[in-house]
Design a protein around this ligand. Sequence first.
Ligand code: 16G
Length: 245
Amino acid sequence: FSPEGFGDPGAGPLYLQLHRRIADAIASGRLRPGDSLPPEREMAALTGLSRVSVRKGVEALVASGQLVQRRGSGTFVAPKVERLEQALSLLTSFTEDMARRGRSVESNWISRSLHAPAPEEVMALGLGAGDRVARLERVRSSDGVPLAIERASLPASILPDPEGVGRSLYEVLEQRGLRPVRAVQRISAANLGARDAELLQVTPGVAGLKIERVSYLPSGKVVEFTRSLYRGDAYDFAVELKLAP
Ligand code: 16G
């Protein structure tokens, strides 16, 4: 960051010039994913621009996803996220999806324990009076990049020991002969709130995909009711369509 070159008549508004300069530095690799940017005040002093121009330039790069702002810790070059194409017609687990792509899987547990069910869990899981629910909450990452937050609820009759789930929920269900064979999934748009954005290491307010999956045993019994938030900048969901009869 230096004052040279700013203010060229004809080069457009100052904030756009800063925007271009940072975007060029990212494109050329001079600024790398994860690098931190100086605080606004310092950038203003280094470039001779006003703090308002610096803020506007940085905000535009945050909005386009090139920079990420994290509460309390500053502004960083966004990690490089490779978009993943995910088939919508196959009932697979996160662990299987990543293994098939030859990618690593990391799960950061937020919680896994038994609870009295909330009304929507009673409805979705078809629970009776006094039934308990196992809740698994985790951030799913691959190759070091957080991709989704998953909040799964299962009847305690299916998963009485949520602490026993290590790497893969579906692996545990499979071992017990309780692997789901059918699921209904709903996808909708969501802007990520402050806490979820922090867990996914993105800027609060960016677009995410809310996915609800209810999966079933061959008997028709519900196995899981999972609410997930997937990063909008990391996933493309694809499905094959056939001619309507
Ligand atoms: C997938 C499922 C989720 C399931 C999980 C099990 C979606 C949107 N969600 O992420 O419902 O609980 O896989 O994964 O696809 P695991 O066996 O790796 O724990």
